[in-house]
Unconditional design. Structure first.
Length: 126
């Protein structure tokens, strides 16, 4: 049989081993809690960063849309200006044509008057 001192030594070794196991388990649990807290913190940071990037991309898309709209408006303005210039040109041509017609009518009237004077002179009325 084992002596009492040997049993006490074995019991003491088991107690030390149990205490060591308990400390290791506590450390392990504390590390797990710290890792979980760090993981959650990182996850929240990533989510916030994703939201920030999405907001920036949304603003960038709105800006691009605004630039496209501005470019479209400028293109339409150029087209409208070209049409206005063409209309003004046509109006000028039309006004010039009216002046020409007026001058032709004036020339015809002058020719008729001249012919009338010649006829009157030839008939001795004048």
């Amino acid at each position: 049989m084992l002596s009492r001192a040997l049993w006490n030594a074995i019991a003491h070794a088991r107690d030390l081993s149990d205490e060591r196991d308990l400390r290791y388990q506590q450390r392990f649990d504390a590390q797990n809690q710290a890792l979980e807290a760090a993981r959650m913190s990182i996850k929240e940071g990533v989510e916030k960063a994703e939201l920030s990037v999405n907001d920036r991309l949304t603003l960038l898309n709105e800006l691009r849309t605004g630039v496209a709209t501005t470019e479209q408006l400028e293109a339409q303005e150029k087209l409208i200006n070209a049409v206005v210039i063409r209309v003004q040109s046509l109006e000028s041509e039309r006004a010039g044509a009216r002046q020409l017609v007026t001058r032709v009518y004036a020339g015809i009237a002058a020719a008729v008057a001249l012919i009338g004077v010649i006829v009157l002179l030839a008939n001795g009325v004048l």
